[in-house]
Design a protein around this ligand. Sequence first.
Ligand code: AMP
Ligand code: MN
Ligand code: MN
Ligand code: MN
Length: 296
Amino acid sequence: MLMSTCKRYFLPALRYNADMRIDLHSHTTCSDGRLTPQELVLRATNMQLDVLAITDHDTMAALPQAQAYIEQQGLKLKIIQGVEISTEWQNREIHIVGLGVSETPQMATFLAEQREKRRERARKIAEKLEKAGVTGIYEEALSLAGGDTISRAHFAKVMLDKGVVTKMQQAFDKYLGKGKKAYAKADWLEMKVAIALIKEAGGIAVLAHPSRYDLSAKWVRRLVKAFADDGGQAIEVALTQQQKTEREFLASLCQEHDLMASMGSDFHYPTPWLELGRNLFLPEECKPVWSSLLSQ
Ligand code: AMP
Ligand code: MN
Ligand code: MN
Ligand code: MN
């Protein structure tokens, strides 16, 4: 029993980890990232990545641009078509990443609706900011977003640039985070709806950064169980900035619920502490999600 488990899961994990540099969570200017698809591809190549999933929030617009650039430049990088979908579970905002997803008409319609919800929420945020005496942010946030996927991160960046806050994080802590002065709820669909949609579009449904929702360990367990019960297939086990114990805890939840493991930097822009592909490896017992993605 142990041997067959090793053959199926352990050996491929070692081979891929040793031979390939993989990052399965990243953003571009198509959502709240700061590098264009072309710049992201170039950076991934410079970081010697072999495989990169582009997982913008609620859009797949970066893919054709990234692929065209790879072909034009003759680069070796393999791009996995991905998306990060905002959903709701137990009145919390949970992100579900789809990997290897096709932009089916159904998926395209769903993502267009998500982006419309983002625009509605942005208008509400703007009103609340005005009431809180923070003026002139909305237009600039819209223009920074480029008119498609607007994120709270765009508001935070404009507030930072205007000196309303001194750090991006402060914008969330004071204004944009849940329960804060300019927080506005978006009516995201249930987590299980996104999981089903991703699978129907031929993708693998991955629970993004389970430890980044400000949940206790007990609630992370509940979330992972609900995700598995709803048909989810993998969870992000390895993140760039993470304690060893956290990675091991998430790996143990994979084992418990027979889920595959993913890893990603959630790269938005380079900082001294965050870079594409940095510090990403899976504990040996994990079943890597890319084994099935790369054989597709
Ligand atoms: P949204 O997708 O519009 O809800 O905005 C959330 C995005 O803001 C995340 O994807 C992050 O890129 C960024 N962000 C940065 N700091 C925080 C924070 N403290 N809480 C939530 N989001 C944050
Ligand atoms: Mn983001
Ligand atoms: Mn996320
Ligand atoms: Mn992300």
